[in-house]
Design a binder for this molecule. Structure first.
Ligand SMILES: [Zn+2]
Length: 267
């Protein structure tokens, strides 16, 4: 394999999320930028997303949704430059029924195997209080904590309160957009309503198109009523080009490569 080059060469980043598409929505631009800056980026997804929506007309009605979404995730991961994709088969929508120690141990083993410098996962609010997301947040925190100061740095991804409402309002007012745009039926005001203040803001405006490309790979989830497909390029750069993180009080306490990247100019 050709060695990676760039300011983050030799660094490893592991993202842990619950469902296919979480990675792109939460921090797709950051993951793509980290990969382009030379880091090896890996993704652990807890479920295959079999309980999700199926956008009408996505042409996949005769195949199990978990199979389709596993394939969509693979395509999205390629767009984001993700080198290792691990998809577990825990039940979508009822992750909280999984034995916590089992899932925690799966995360611990993944960290031991991949030896990431940085782990990224949901914050305590699970983006919009989704129980699966909060379960992942709790188990990842416990897993990283078990390594003590020799573990990776842990970052929680958060969405500033009001941002999703602005995205929806902006998309709705663009010419030609359908009046029933929706974020999977979730109240946009719920995103970030209980999020802690970010401690790290990453400028990934150069990678917004990759984030949108990856989002569109999730064809069963992103249809014509998704606000993301109705933003102009300038609006997308403005509204999606910065991603927000909170450094967790567990794991390594030294400066991480994510903080290092925040100081690299992003032309
Ligand atoms: Zn999710």
């Amino acid at each position: 394999m050709t060695p990676r080059t760039g300011p983050l060469a030799g660094r490893r980043i592991l993202a842990v999320f619950a469902h296919p598409d979480d990675e792109s929505i939460a921090c797709g631009a950051t993951l793509a930028r980290c990969a382009d800056e030379g880091a090896r980026v890996s993704l652990l997804c807890a479920t295959r997303g079999e309980a999700g929506l199926r956008v009408p007309g996505s042409g996949t009605e005769d195949v199990g949704l978990g199979v389709v979404r596993r394939g969509e995730l693979q395509q999205a991961a390629a767009r984001l430059g993700i080198g290792d994709l691990i998809v577990l088969d825990h039940p979508d929508g009822s992750l909280t029924g999984v034995e916590p120690s089992l899932f925690r141990q799966e995360i611990v083993l993944t960290i031991r195997h991949l030896r990431p410098d940085v782990v990224i996962t949901f914050g305590p609010d699970g983006l919009y209080w989704h129980p699966d997301h909060i379960f992942v947040h709790e188990r990842v925190t416990e897993a990283v904590e078990s390594f003590g100061a020799s573990g990776p740095a842990l970052f929680y991804v958060v969405v500033p309160h009001g941002l999703m409402t602005t995205i929806l309002d902006t998309a709705v007012s663009n010419p030609g957009s359908p009046p029933d745009l929706s974020l999977w039926g979730i109240d946009p005001d719920a995103f970030g309503a209980y999020a802690p203040e970010p401690t790290l803001v990453l400028d990934a405006r150069t990678h917004v198109c990759r984030k949108l490309d990856a989002l569109r790979c999730h064809r069963t989830q992103i249809g014509e009523v998704s606000p993301f497909v109705w933003l102009t390029e300038a609006q997308a750069e403005e509204l999606l080009g910065r991603e927000y993180f909170v450094r967790a009080p567990v794991g390594a306490d030294t400066p991480s490569c994510l903080e290092e990247m925040s100081r690299i100019p992003n032309p």
